[in-house]
Design a protein around this ligand. Structure first.
Ligand code: GDP
Ligand code: MG
Length: 175
């Protein structure tokens, strides 16, 4: 059994659901309690790659909101093999923030496989992000997902897709 370990950072504005998405993915639970993440919270999740004896250990860094992104937060992202951008579909401004942050991270560290999660899709009737905007996001990210940490919709698919892109990128880089 071979184990690949990858650092994955979850980024996006305040209250978009970063901590909830990680909790859904790692423990398959959702809590309505609102606890602000201070600094960074680290969780791990292991995935067995189908049809191989490879185990992929994801070390998930839940980094506090981008409204407070400074040198310290950027330092947390060092060495990330993949990024999860999260925005809140009911607040279109959080999509713009995610794109802006994407630009800043690319500039500092160069691009890495990244997925975009438009979260809170259980509140679809309150969404303020146009289909056109979602189409544009598709050009910038490996994939764009309409997720709900509350119902679990698409959370696992998004994270598994990112994990496989990381493996592909790692294999492509190998000598
Ligand atoms: P973070 O600041 O990005 O880590 O956001 P949190 O995960 O703490 O979530 C912020 C608030 O949004 C909390 O009250 C969550 O319960 C709520 N929330 C998170 N994800 C969802 C979702 O998919 N649907 C709904 N309806 N609420 C969500
Ligand atoms: Mg949080």
């Amino acid at each position: 059994m071979t184990t690949i370990t990858s650092k994955v950072c979850i980024v996006g504005d305040f209250a978009v659901g970063k901590t909830s998405v990680v909790e859904r993915f790692v423990t398959n639970q959702f809590s309505d309690k609102y606890l602000t993440t201070v600094g960074v919270k680290i969780d791990t999740k292991e995935i067995d790659l189908p049809d191989t004896d490879v185990r992929h250990k994801l070390v998930l860094w839940d980094v506090a909101g981008s409204d407070r992104f400074g040198d310290k937060e950027f330092a947390y992202l060092r060495g990330a093999a993949g990024l999860v951008f999260v925005a809140d579909g009911t607040r279109f401004g959080t999509v713009d923030s995610a794109l802006q942050l994407r630009g800043q991270i690319d500039e500092r560290y160069g691009p890495v496989p990244s997925v975009m999660l438009l979260n809170k899709h259980d509140l679809a009737s309150e969404w303020t992000v146009s289909e056109e905007r979602i189409g544009e996001l598709g050009l910038v990210f490996v994939d764009v997902y309409r997720t709900s940490a509350k119902t679990g919709e698409e959370v696992e698919s998004a994270l598994l897709r990112l994990a496989s892109s990381i493996v592909e990128a790692t294999l492509a880089d190998a000598p």
